[in-house]
Design a protein around this ligand. Structure first.
Ligand SMILES: Cc1cc2nc3c(=O)[nH]c(=O)nc-3n(C[C@H](O)[C@H](O)[C@H](O)COP(=O)(O)OP(=O)(O)OC[C@H]3O[C@@H](n4cnc5c(N)ncnc54)[C@H](O)[C@@H]3O)c2cc1C
Length: 330
């Protein structure tokens, strides 16, 4: 029987494990389950390589409450920091082990966490799976023959000297555009609204300046009706002229859909699109906590808010369940 099983080894899961170990939970009583081969998969997969990871993301105050903290750093340094954290604390992570469901064993008074490989019994479950597990897809169907040409990130394929359409209007769309420009690509950005409202100021200014200089093409108020396979390339039908247009690639940056089905199948209550949690991230099922991006759905959070949510969850886990004492920060 574990004390705490953490689902997901991103910033939130890693910081929860650090807080737990520092509060006196032993390595033997703690387990992290990660579905991918490596930790922090979201950062590795979705961030462009040269990205500066900002502590103040989406205007969220970069004030650290717990043991883990970060300043503005290049992507590689953030990954190094998390690598070192896992190594220094000898975090017990099982990789390539996806959690499929979680249920309560009333008789044994514990939760059972079922994965692709095994079942684990635990007193507390902390779900730290983020919101980006499944990228949001458009409403129209995408031809399966174009799976190499239609992407949902910019790191899974090398894209060079191509004519690329990016669909989306948030920070990811802006950062994908800046990243792909470095490799000789010609960028068109399609956004359904008349101006960028979701981008941070730096990204918005950069994108607008790139358009002013004629380096990228912005299509505001742009609606796509469908995508067709035209001799192996995406032929994109817009509602507005010019249409249709052939691209070498289309990259969707529409954000992530909440793993609502997963949480609901566990029995966690929702209020509209949001899972109901208290200030410690505890769900409608006492003993099951949400941390990281899941707590901030649908806006999504930042790395520091993920660290902080882990601290807040651990406060309640210690005081209400495991009778441990949190280590003071610094
Ligand atoms: C393009 C982009 C740029 C960003 N830039 C910044 C920035 O500059 N600064 C900043 O602070 N934040 C930034 N963010 C936000 C930041 O990445 C997130 O807030 C942070 O990663 C959330 O951490 P998390 O641990 O909650 O979730 P995640 O980082 O998403 O980690 C979740 C982990 O859970 C694993 N997992 C998922 N499902 C399962 C399952 N069923 N079983 C087991 N494991 C599972 C995943 O593989 C993953 O490793 C950016 C996000 C994106 C997409």
């Amino acid at each position: 029987m574990y004390d705490v099983v953490i689902v997901g080894a991103g910033p939130a899961g890693i910081s929860l494990a650090v807080e737990a170990l520092e509060a006196g939970i032993s390595h033997e009583n703690l387990l992290i389950l990660e579905k991918e081969k490596e930790h922090a998969f979201t950062i590795k997969k979705f961030y462009p390589d040269a990205k500066l990871v900002t502590a103040n993301y989406k205007g969220m105050e970069p004030k650290c409450e717990g043991l883990l903290c970060m300043t503005d750093l290049p992507k590689s340094d953030v990954i190094d920091f998390l690598d070192r954290t896992i190594e220094t604390y000898r975090l017990p992570v099982h990789y390539e082990e996806q959690v499929y469901t979680i249920y309560e064993d009333i008789e044994k008074e514990c939760f059972v966490v079922k994965t692709s490989r095994a079942s684990y019994e635990t007193k507390i479950v902390v779900i730290a799976i983020g919101v980006l597990g499944k990228p949001k897809k458009p409403d129209y169907p995408l031809p399966s023959s174009l799976s190499e040409r239609i992407l949902f990130d910019v790191t899974s394929r090398a894209v060079k000297n191509e004519h690329v359409l990016i669909v989306g209007g948030g920070d990811s769309a802006a950062e994908y555009a800046q990243y792909l420009l470095q490799f000789g690509n010609t960028i068109t950005l399609s956004y359904r609204r008349e101006r960028f409202e979701r981008m941070n100021l730096i990204n918005r200014r950069t994108i607008e300046e790139l358009e002013r200089l004629g380096i990228i093409t912005l299509r505001y108020n742009s609606h796509i009706r469908g995508v067709e396979d035209k001799e192996g390339k995406p032929l994109v039908h817009f509602e507005e002229p010019p249409t249709p247009v052939i691209f070498d690639r289309v990259v969707y940056a529409l954000g992530g859909s909440s793993p609502k089905n997963f949480l609901e199948s566990i029995g966690i209550a929702f209020d509209g699109p949001q899972p109901i949690v208290n200030e410690h991230g505890e769900t409608s099922i006492p003993g099951i906590f949400l941390v990281g991006d899941l707590v901030h759905y649908p806006k999504g959070g930042s790395i520091i808010t993920a660290f902080n949510s882990a601290r807040r969850a651990m406060e309640a886990i210690c005081s209400r369940y495991l009778h441990c004492t949190l280590r003071k920060e610094g």
